[in-house]
Design a protein around this ligand. Sequence first.
Ligand SMILES: [Zn+2]
Length: 135
Amino acid sequence: MSHNCTHALIRCMDFRLQKAIDQWLADKNLPGDCDMISVAGAGKDIVANPDGFVATQVDLSCKLHETKIILLMHHTDCGAYGGHTAFPSLEDERAQHLGDMAKTEEIIKSKHPEVEVKKILAVMNDDGSIIVEEV
Ligand SMILES: [Zn+2]
């Protein structure tokens, strides 16, 4: 029996993201067509452990479900990075996430050159709103 999906989402476990992610996936018509890899810090673990547990989840998604597109979602104010206060400015925080997402993409592409990696940053605003943007 074939059971493939087109996408896999690597996202932080942070509950604050759930509604925004659900809406974002619905807008893209992806519910039911997307493996969900949920771990604190999302790609941070892949950067630290290129052959570790989270990377293995990506390998399994590609192998078992023939996933074509990896959605790599980081977010600001991420506890795995120490939150907003760990950075001197929002620009520095954003740069850290973009840098780690680029490294994660490189690691994934080195193992799975056939997949496309899309990088997404969820910006957590002080008023509780979340802006999800492809970067
Ligand atoms: Zn987080």
